[in-house]
Design a protein around this ligand. Structure first.
Ligand SMILES: [Zn+2]
Length: 251
């Protein structure tokens, strides 16, 4: 029930659906009353302030808002669109879940509302990595670090051997083999400054392009580079520190 209330608050932006008032106690309300065949689904629920709820009573939205057709059609549209979106997401989700189960690995699922519920009841800050730990039935959430590492899939790069100009005429040869032991995208360390960045080797020169995240690319001699990691199709980045207390492991 708390979960339904939370998702309703999100969906209707913490306002009374009928009069738009904010910062007042809101009740979960049936758009079509149950006595008139309305369901308990989230798509039939909205928020109403005490006053509107009393005034609406057992009427349908059509009757209640017969003098405000604009608001009425807006509410019905909002309720319906989220239903359509939800249907698509649902179908995809089950297909994905069943495919994962077929691998024989342990797969569990949970709703977005449940994730948020798990996170907020544990008084954890909002972050993608924390949400990932809060999906489904969750026991104790234990943190080993305050700083998550973000790995973004970027693909393995192209297989095009010749760079072409805008007419399709080959202008440069791009060897697929490493140049002096380096491939473009390899992560290297600048032995002079200690900086770590991406290396882009040049076939005709011993000066390679070296890019540190957030800085402009510069030239660096190949002898001043040490390999940290081969390119693997991912970029890595340290996220900002989380406001959690790692010492107090069990939150
Ligand atoms: Zn109201």
């Amino acid at each position: 029930m708390i979960r339904i209330r939370k998702s309703c608050l999100e969906k209707w932006k913490r306002k009374c659906t009928y009069c738009g008032k904010k910062d007042i106690p809101l009740q979960v309300e049936h758009i079509q009353p149950k006595s008139k065949g309305g369901s308990d689904r989230v798509s039939n629920l909205c928020l109403a302030c005490e006053k509107c709820n009393q005034k609406k009573g057992n009427q349908s939205v059509g009757e209640f808002l017969r003098k405000k057709p604009q608001i009425r059609s807006l509410i019905l549209k909002q309720a319906k669109t989220s239903l359509r979106d939800a249907a698509t997401v649902n179908a995809t989700r089950w297909k994905l879940f069943n495919s994962l189960k077929e691998t024989g690995l342990i797969a569990t699922i949970g709703s977005g509302g449940q994730t948020k519920f798990n996170r907020t009841t544990r008084k954890l800050p909002k972050a993608h990595c924390i949400d990932a730990a809060c999906v489904g039935e969750v026991g104790i959430v234990e943190f080993k670090t305050q700083q998550p590492l973000q790995a973004i899939c970027r693909g393995q790069g192209g297989r095009q051997k010749a760079a072409v100009n805008k007419y399709g005429y080959p202008i440069r040869y791009n060897p697929l083999k490493p140049i002096k032991g380096w491939c473009s995208g390899d992560i290297g360390k600048n032995l002079e400054t200690g900086e770590v960045g991406r290396v882009n080797p040049r076939s005709k020169s011993n000066s390679f392009n070296f890019t540190v995240t957030g800085k402009k690319a510069k030239s660096i001699h190949v002898s001043k580079l040490r390999l940290v990691q081969r390119k693997d199709g991912y970029t890595y980045k340290f996220c900002s520190l989380l406001t959690i207390n790692v010492q107090e492991n069990a939150v």
